[in-house]
Design a protein around this ligand. Structure first.
Ligand SMILES: Cc1cc2nc3c(=O)[nH]c(=O)nc-3n(C[C@H](O)[C@H](O)[C@H](O)COP(=O)(O)OP(=O)(O)OC[C@H]3O[C@@H](n4cnc5c(N)ncnc54)[C@H](O)[C@@H]3O)c2cc1C
Length: 204
């Protein structure tokens, strides 16, 4: 799995930090002035549920090497924008597969897995040779097939995503993804994510 932040919202005035923009949005509501207490101000707004102010900044991630099973869970989060590599248009003759750790660590299970995945690649290839279009040949590809996706979420949506997907109840792959996204976004907006960072990463 590879996760990289490739864009985020900048404030066009003096301080380009996303949190400067969020503070400005929040203070507009109260006609109040900053007294150098941005962190306290933003955290108080989040605590009291005035979360619309953190919707004004968004972060874009490029994610690759996650399974289609994982990306399916990811795109269930509706308050976001997605652009995913297409199996209709991209040739999948050499598919990469994400192997669950429990299978990778079990030699007998891994042998069964390798046998099946070999057949998948071979079947896809043979269907293509028979003139079957990529959009139909892809039907033989399993949930394990690796994918690439660009995701943009605003900070409020990200907080919700981390709350449910960094939790131990989440499935291992999306949890791994969510923890990595939280690790990377935290320095961009530490006031907004501090409680979640301490809860899910600080304690580890
Ligand atoms: C541990 C776990 C197990 C899961 N198991 C399953 C499963 O077995 N089957 C399955 O289908 N899904 C499952 N899910 C997915 C889950 O049901 C959600 O679809 C997914 O987590 C997206 O969450 P969300 O709808 O809260 O987020 P988003 O779509 O990002 O929405 C964010 C928030 O906006 C509000 N919102 C968005 N749309 C609406 C709406 N239409 N009406 C009212 N409020 C709205 C809600 O407050 C929501 O929490 C599971 C999720 C987790 C974390």
């Amino acid at each position: 799995m590879h996760v990289e932040i490739i864009g985020w919202t900048h404030y066009a005035r003096d301080d380009a930090a996303p949190e400067a923009l969020l503070e400005h949005a929040g203070r507009t509501c109260y006609r109040s002035e900053s007294r150098g207490d941005r962190r306290k101000f933003l955290q108080a707004r989040i605590r009291e549920g005035h979360e619309s102010i953190i919707e004004h900044a968004a972060v874009t991630f490029e994610i690759s090497g996650i399974s289609r099973a994982c990306s399916h869970q990811l795109v269930r989060h509706r308050i976001a924008s997605y652009s995913q590599e297409s199996q209709r248009y991209v040739d999948m003759s050499n598919p990469e597969f994400v192997v669950p750790p429990d299978i990778a660590q079990n030699p007998a299970a891994l042998a069964v897995w390798d046998e099946f995945m070999g057949k998948v690649a071979d079947t896809y290839h043979r269907l293509r040779e028979l003139g079957i279009r990529k959009e139909d040949a892809r039907f033989v590809l399993p949930n394990a097939t690796a994918t690439r996706i660009i995701v943009t979420m605003n900070l409020r949506s990200l907080r919700h995503f981390f709350t449910v997907r960094c939790d131990k109840a989440a499935q291992w792959e999306i949890r791994h993804l969510a923890l990595e996204m939280l690790r990377q976004v935290y320095p961009l907006a530490p006031s907004v994510f501090d409680d979640l960072y301490q809860q899910f990463i600080g304690a580890e």
